[in-house]
Design a protein around this ligand. Sequence first.
Ligand code: SF4
Length: 353
Amino acid sequence: MTHDSLGEIQTGKIPLKGRTLPELSEIVVSLGEKPFRAKQIYHGLYVNRYESWDQFTTFSKALREKLEEQCSLTRLHTIKHLKSVDGTQKFTFASEPENGKEFEAVWIPSGDGGRKTICISSQVGCTLNCKFCATAKLEFQGNLKAHEIVDQVLQVEKTVGDRATNIVFMGMGEPFHNYFNVIRAASILHDPDALNLGARRITISTSGVVNGIRRFIENKEPYNFAISLNHPDRDGRREIMDIEEKFTLPELLQAAKDFTRELKRRITFEYVMIPGVNMGKQNADKLVKIARSLDCKINVIPLNTEFFGWRRPTPDEVREFISLLEPAGIPILNRRSPGKDIFGACGMLASKS
Ligand code: SF4
């Protein structure tokens, strides 16, 4: 067994998925083939979505046999597939079913059928401990490789027989704790020669990993960017998100401001509403103050889990909280929580898994 540059354990075969085109060219040339074969393989994997060498019918039989012998085209296995009454579908995947490392993705069609979102995972479990999140209760089992991230999209789309309009990195894991693989996967999703999704249709969301945000700004990543904020002051945030111990709210907000100023793009704040914890007039006023200080919008999400005796806010409480945020003069979206019956809603991934 050896480890290759992507950190994959392999049995002698070179894994080709999750590679950029220049990397594929290098591999193809090292196998004694012409560089143009790389583009054909890349196109076959991400445009034609082939899963075995037999499907590369434009290649000679001899070449197919050579590639079969020397290179692998790994794909995810679907361990479980649940459908909600509201059209949401949750998938539990594994790269190798026998190793027990399972992770989830969710297909979320909008009610009118216009927007079709896939929420994907970047890690198996999570090292952070956001108190409202079911993933936090799992044992952390590692980062996903780029191809395991991209393949969630390919496998979901294959099963539902449709294409996503939007991808959000809001499933299991903290994306900026797996920066390299997340950005590599996003670039394959975005590449016009691969899945060809617009950069603004791909959203990467962090719980507040400030050094990751700095890297994102420095690299001028073109993707949408969201911060899971959930409380407007330090002490309150520390109670529900342990990331606050490492990166404080003032540092986080400074990085958010730098993002909007340097990349000239709006940021999205995600705010899980927990009655008695982060709602009410005082918190709303602080949140309005934050919102006025930079170019942002806020997505509010009613709590979906029931840890610590917390409960979901009533529709009236949600309406009232939103009305308290109106003075901010910014877009505020009440994110519906589809897929609750299949534990596929926000914060629920891995619960009842
Ligand atoms: S909300 Fe995200 S960052 Fe926080 S514990 Fe859950 S998966 Fe990890």
